[in-house]
Design a protein around this ligand. Structure first.
Ligand SMILES: Nc1ncnc2c1ncn2[C@@H]1O[C@H](COP(=O)(O)OP(=O)(O)OP(=O)(O)O)[C@@H](O)[C@H]1O
Ligand SMILES: [Mg+2]
Length: 245
């Protein structure tokens, strides 16, 4: 079966910097796939290229069989890819609810009249997933804790009913107990039918919830395989996991 997303030999450069050098992988419908790797390995660049924030120098990105490489960010969002970026980028001066509505942009354009109803249903779905956001829905985003802001960033990405949810470092800077909760929610979002591509520094927790993972090193894939195998791979343990106990 062809993957929902197929990344084929993409190369991405920032001027003279070759950030991604010939990366290929695929994400099947229903899977959680992770990209791991050290700082500067090209993880965010790979995600940003998939969602159209930057254009690849070469290579193909097939989404549901159509090449979306180099297409603009809005048409990629309308096709069903939603990106929760590193650093969250929520709108601090807006309320929780207003931030969520921003996330329906691609949905409303796609469905016109039907959009409003679906957006209400999606808002309820986000509140079920993250009940604290419902309590805080009239509050300005800058009054939320770091964990709540991360939930809002993921919630906003869910507002367009994406086929593929792209998460860049959802656990960044959060306390262990909050990280555990975020990972539990990611697993739940997946179980409810959304395919997920996730970038994480937290390799062990990520491998526990993912189906397949790849490790990027200096813009190239250095290791890949089913998460259940990688979690026991000596090279990966030494480089990223330390002690598993
Ligand atoms: N806008 C930019 N202009 C120039 N170079 C960039 C830009 N963004 C990223 N880079 C460079 O591209 C390389 C890959 O960066 P990228 O952000 O993709 O790494 P990453 O794996 O996400 O790292 P981190 O774990 O620190 O988030 C790095 O060498 C980085 O300095
Ligand atoms: Mg990054």
């Amino acid at each position: 079966m062809a993957g929902l997303l197929e990344v084929k030999d993409i190369t991405v450069e920032y001027g003279a910097i070759k950030a991604v050098r010939g990366v290929s992988f695929s994400v099947d419908k229903g899977q959680i796939v992770a990209i791991l790797g050290a700082n500067g390995a090209g993880k965010s660049t790979t995600l940003r290229t998939i969602s159209g924030i930057i254009k690849p120098k070469s290579g193909e990105i097939l989404f549901e069989g159509k090449n979306i490489a180099g297409k603009d960010i809005h048409s990629i969002a309308r096709a069903g890819i939603s990106h929760s970026p590193e650093g969250r980028h929520i709108l601090m001066g807006l309320t929780v609810e207003e931030n969520l509505i921003v996330g329906t942009y691609s949905l409303v354009k796609k469905n016109r009249g039907a959009g409003a109803k679906t957006s209400k249903q999606n808002e309820e779905y986000v509140y079920e997933m993250f009940p604290v956001l419902k309590e805080r829905r009239k509050q300005q985003a800058n009054t939320l804790s770091g964990g709540e802001q991360q939930m809002l960033a993921i919630g906003r990405a869910l507002m367009s009913s994406p086929k593929l949810l792209v998460l860049d470092e959802p656990s960044l800077g959060l306390a262990p107990i909050i990280v555990k909760n975020i990972f539990k929610c990611i697993k739940e979002i997946s179980a409810l039918g959304t395919t997920i591509l996730i970038v994480e520094q937290n390799a062990l927790q990520t491998l526990k919830i993912t189906d397949y993972a790849l490790v990027l090193e200096l813009g190239k894939i250095s290791m890949e395989g089913p998460a259940s195998e990688l979690i026991n791979d000596q090279r990966l343990i030494e480089a990223y996991l330390g002690s598993k106990k």
